[in-house]
Write a protein that binds this ligand. Sequence first.
Ligand code: NDP
Length: 475
Amino acid sequence: STADIGVVGLAVMGSNLARNFARHGFTVAVYNRTYAKTEEMMSAHGDEGNFVPSQELSDFVASLARPRKAMIMVQAGKATDAVIDQLAELMEPGDMIIDGGNAHFDNTRRREAALRERGLHFVGTGVSGGEEGALLGPAIMPGGSAESYESLGPILEAIAAKAPDGTPCCTRLGPDGAGHFVKMVHNGIEYSDMQLIGEAYDLLRRGAGIEPAELSKLFGEWNAGELDSYLIEVTAEVLGHTDAATGKPFVDVVLDRAGQKGTGRWTVQNALDLGVPVTGIAEATFARALSSGVKQREGTVDLLTGPTEKTELPETFVEDVRQALYASKIVAYAQGFDQIAAASAEYDWGIDLGACSALWRAGCIIRAGFLDKITTAWRENPELPSLLAAPEFTKIVTDAQSAWRRVVSTAALAGIPTPGFSSALAYYDGLRSRRLPAAVIQGQRDFFGSHTYKRVDREGTFHTDWSGDRTEHEM
Ligand code: NDP
């Protein structure tokens, strides 16, 4: 029993994480249900460090130093449950099972409670950064007991990405489901960010007629400024790529139907339960659904007409789009943090939003230069009612609002859909409105359902006798 940590599941993520552990000097036990995959990994990478391969799970468990640490990287869902059951049978109190797959936080809560009964620690961990991140340094979002983190934390921190200031992008976020929850919202923000970038592309391509190669350069320039982020960088690469078969821009030969594995949907479902308006994430998730809603698109594309007049673009259009993108991105992150704060209160997780933003600074898909600013904002005032209330962010969004309005109105006139930009601006305007039309809604609710209302000028709950003489009664 010499291995510091073990990895179960040696598909792309598991094998890369195992190699990452080994490259950092840890002895890594490795196991895969189909042994051929273990052999394959050993022959290709066995010389990169100290691996202890096992053909049987019992040997794998026996090879782990105590307290044992087994990290599962298998398909989320039934496979994860099956592997947890097998491991739990072989482990002893104090040992740890770490699930690095994309599990739903509710499953993580259930698994953690069941294993705790048996004296085992269960650490549900978000891992972001894709294959490359797993090998070279992912952002790691662990949940679980503080006790488990004492010995597990240093190992995870060693292989995690490092932020520009050198701190590892791995922090214990809270008990049970906290880590997988934060990973879920991370993915929701990722959906939102990708949709916004897509809209910026559409506005500049369809609206302003700028070709992909030129746009690739523009995104590259944006990436050197305040929009500096992995997703902008990736977009520049994608737009600059030419299809080898046809010589056309890659984006012109790819079917415009966005896929999804479900984490965006989970984020929105949970936001509805918590009552948190994550409008950007919701719009982004629905925009993917609309793009792949073939029946509805094909059945209406020739029926519905667009603007009849050519839309004049403002001279500042390109810069306007950049500013609208920046402001809308900030809204996306602000909404995501609201959801994390709400869940943390609901489930008693005690998540530190500053620590959460700090660990997204490198390794993960939503890493961005401005996460430094977000981290500072939460650290200076963890009680901020919204990220948009932090002085620096208030200034950025208010400075951008004219450009933002020009972009959204131009898009509407030109008939280019911008659900992300538009909903972000509507959210901004919703927050800054002293009076919302919700008073009318309260009137309607009271009218047809006697749902009562409150008054601006007096304490108490009231109902108007709408079907009678319309007198008001205090309830
Ligand atoms: P897959 O999700 O494709 O899972 C394949 C692995 O699961 C194989 O090792 C397979 O073993 C194993 N497996 C499947 N069913 C069982 C079972 N019943 N019992 C035991 N083992 C089983 O692998 P990935 O590497 O793509 O992802 C691993 C996890 O990481 C997933 O939960 C994924 O959501 C998550 N993730 C993936 C990212 C990515 O970029 N791909 C990013 C972040 C997280 P066998 O070889 O025997 O079939």
